[in-house]
Write a protein that binds this ligand. Sequence first.
Ligand code: ZN
Length: 75
Amino acid sequence: MTCRDLIDVLDDYLDGRLERDEVAALERHLAECEACRAYLATYRKTRSLGARAGRVEMPDEMKTRLRRFLRERVG
Ligand SMILES: [Zn+2]
């Protein structure tokens, strides 16, 4: 799994919609990738803030910014 793959399935992961082997691959990547751990922490926080405010969508701008952050960190 690459960082991009992880970002693509992160919503499903947090919602518990991934297959078990997909979860295993994702968590294996997380264990090795500090940038994705940081991304996941931020993403989780943003989602819970959004949920409290009655919104479920993560702002596109935030996604774009985090993707750019990851690209710079990971290449
Ligand atoms: Zn990564």
